[in-house]
Design a protein. Structure first.
Length: 316
């Protein structure tokens, strides 16, 4: 008997391999996927401006990088003993204003270079809810714990999301026509917005994404992270203690589905070897100076060298 329904996911016609260069941008689930890429030694960059949750925030950073629209001092503000910028995550905040400005603009330069060279971009959208700073009427990427009274909360429509994503895709292709883009919706439920409000948000994201993909079917595909979590993993044993975030079991399973559909089949043996080497590198012997352990290390190093001869981009 079949005790669960499994989502059918079309295979990506442009799968990722060890020659690919991947950029992961978006919500915290983008970080989960990037950690898997890092573990399996793919060439990967993740969230150079920190976690970004909504389509306008992601678009703004990509646009600023591609158009070289550098940050200026007037865009920074001092709060909680740190200099901050509303367009980026608080992870980038700094005690020194000049250092923050330099870091932000260097990250824009780096991101443009990475987009130019990327074979694949994975963009994870987390929410359609946005916050607009009242005094400037600017939609922010992060509120930086500024009092909520200074913001208005809005829900992006599916139409705005579609148009924003289409503009994002067009910008990427304008500097890198060969880039392949995977869009997904984060499986993390934003329950602080409310249960009904979270469903409104995810629904608008899914509608907007699919309408955008319909305009670029040869370049862009969809991976159903949210749908896998809601349907295949519809049990609280797949959630972390906060009952909101997927736990490691869920992340591992969603990654397995991603590998099935978005990683080139001939990479799988090498991924398995990478995993075995990783486990070997984590091994802690009882006697590190023993002959048996030295032999183990030598054999492990030989396996690494053989793998690197086949895939020069792999580094341990």
């Amino acid at each position: 008997m079949q005790f669960r329904t499994q989502i059918g996911i079309p295979k990506n016609t442009h799968p990722i391999n060890y020659d690919s260069t991947v950029i992961s941008i978006g919500s915290c689930f983008a970080v989960n996927i990037a950690e898997k890429f890092n573990y399996y030694k793919f060439q990967n960059t993740v969230n150079p401006f920190g976690i970004l949750f909504h389509p306008l925030a992601i678009h703004t950073i990509i646009r600023r990088a591609i158009e070289e629209d550098f940050f200026v001092e007037s865009e920074l503000f001092f709060h909680n003993e740190r200099w901050n910028c509303f367009d980026v995550h608080s992870d980038l905040s700094h005690s020194n204003k000049e250092d923050l400005l330099q870091n932000l603009n260097q990250s824009l330069i780096d991101l443009k270079s990475q987009i130019n060279a990327a074979s694949h971009l994975i963009i994870t959208y987390g929410t359609a809810w946005v916050y607009k700073e009242k005094s400037s009427q600017k939609i922010v990427a992060n509120c930086h714990k500024v009092p909520q009274s200074q913001f208005e909360k809005e829900l992006l429509t599916a139409t705005i999301i579609r148009d924003t994503i289409q503009e994002t895709i067009a910008l990427i292709l304008s500097v890198n026509s060969k880039a392949k883009i995977t869009l997904t919706v984060s499986p993390v439920r934003h329950l602080k917005d409310g249960f009904v409000e979270n469903q409104q948000s995810k629904s608008n994201l899914i509608i907007g994404i699919h309408e955008a993909i319909n305009h670029q079917p040869s370049t862009t595909n969809y991976f159903p992270s949210y749908e896998i979590m809601m349907d295949e993993l519809r049990d609280y044993r797949f959630y972390d203690q906060d009952m909101i975030h997927p736990n490691q079991t869920a992340i591992d399973y969603i990654w397995e589905r991603f590998v099935e559909t978005n990683i080139a089949a001939d990479c799988i043996p090498d991924m398995n070897e990478v995993e075995n080497i990783q486990k070997g590198l984590l091994h802690r012997p009882f006697h590190s100076d023993s002959m048996s352990h030295q032999k183990f290390l030598m054999q492990l190093n030989q396996r690494i060298l053989r793998l690197q001869e086949k895939n020069p981009n792999i580094t341990f």
